[in-house]
Design a protein around this ligand. Structure first.
Ligand code: ZN
Length: 317
């Protein structure tokens, strides 16, 4: 028998049927997904902490790790916390960098935890940089399984004016700062930022150190891109490179290499489970990351969304 699109589709329909028998619909509704699965940080802004990491100020407590570096015309800022925490965050950042303005703000992606200072910085004349997909997302009302309701559109001045599809760089206070796309990993507009002279990488959404990262499968994030992002970060980072994740304490390049192996091992398990007709909740029930739960907490949401992203990308509608 020759392989045709028709036989492929029939086979896929059977696969969907098998998955449904196990109670795991590949295309469940948002409402079903949202039930009990929200992770929307609500952080008291007065709790902003500042740490020095290789001469960079890392501010936490506004919704994500925010990185800042003083320059002659104001600070370089990476990510901006939630909008409700922006005023207090910017005050803390001004104190930490001894500068009264932000010259350049880079968004690692468009989620509310990263873009909450865009409006204040943009209106004050700062330059906003992001992936083009993130800029587009900020021109619309976006929804995500990671938060309730919708986010955006942001005002014109809060939208990045300088964008890239792949790579970019700037000289800031006499040192090179490079940024690069992590394709379809956490969203489909993720950037990471590299400070080669400091041996520091700001990894953005695909990496979290105090909980599991999450794949926003409704906004272009998917397991294959997530794995690719760990390959890219492992290629760029040395074992001793300091990795600043989206949330939580710093990691090293060696940690990223270990996590890459863990996620590839998980993906192999996904492939076997896929052929068995397992759905996302079957994967969660299997607890394949049991050995890491003490370190990173409950991986249920990560597993569900990672597997769901694999289904969405693999099973045709
Ligand atoms: Zn995010």
């Amino acid at each position: 028998m020759t392989f045709s699109r028709r036989t492929f589709l029939r086979g896929s329909a059977q696969a969907i049927g098998a998955a449904s028998l196990l109670g795991a619909l590949p295309h469940a509704t948002n409402a079903a997904l949202a039930a009990g699965k929200e992770r929307k940080p609500r952080v008291a802004a007065r709790d902003i902490q500042v740490k020095d990491v290789a001469g960079l100020a890392v501010l936490s407590g506004a919704g994500c790790n925010v990185v800042a570096l003083p320059g002659p015309d104001g600070a370089l800022m990476i990510d901006g916390g939630l909008a409700e925490n922006s005023a207090v965050l910017l005050k803390a950042l001004a104190a930490a960098t001894r500068t009264s303005r932000v010259d350049t703000l880079i968004n690692t992606h468009w989620h509310p935890e990263q873009t909450g200072s865009n409006e204040a910085v943009g209106k004050a004349g700062g330059t906003l940089i992001a992936h083009e997909v993130s800029r587009l997302a900020l021109t619309r009302a976006e929804q995500s399984p990671l938060f309730e309701g919708s986010y955006g559109p942001l005002p014109e001045k809060a939208r990045p004016a300088k964008t890239t599809y792949n790579t970019g760089s700037l000289q800031f206070a006499g040192e090179p700062v490079e940024y690069r796309y992590l394709p379809a990993a956490h969203t489909n507009g993720d950037l990471f930022i590299h400070f080669p002279r400091r041996n520091v990488i700001v990894a953005g959404g695909p990496v979290a150190a105090d909980h599991w990262p999450v794949i926003d499968y409704q906004n272009g994030g998917f397991m294959h891109g997530f794995l690719r992002s760990y390959e890219i970060l492992s290629e760029v980072a040395h074992a001793d490179t300091v990795i600043i994740p989206a949330n939580g304490p710093t990691l090293t390049g060696a940690d990223i290499a270990k996590q890459k192996d863990m996620y590839f091992e998980l993906f192999r398990m996904f492939c076997v489970s896929f052929n068995k007709g397992y759905g996302p909740m079957d994967i969660v029930a299997e607890r394949p990351l049991k050995a890491f739960e003490a370190q990173y907490g409950d991986p249920a949401q990560f597993l569900e969304y990672a597997y769901r992203s694999t289904q969405l990308a693999t099973i045709p509608f």
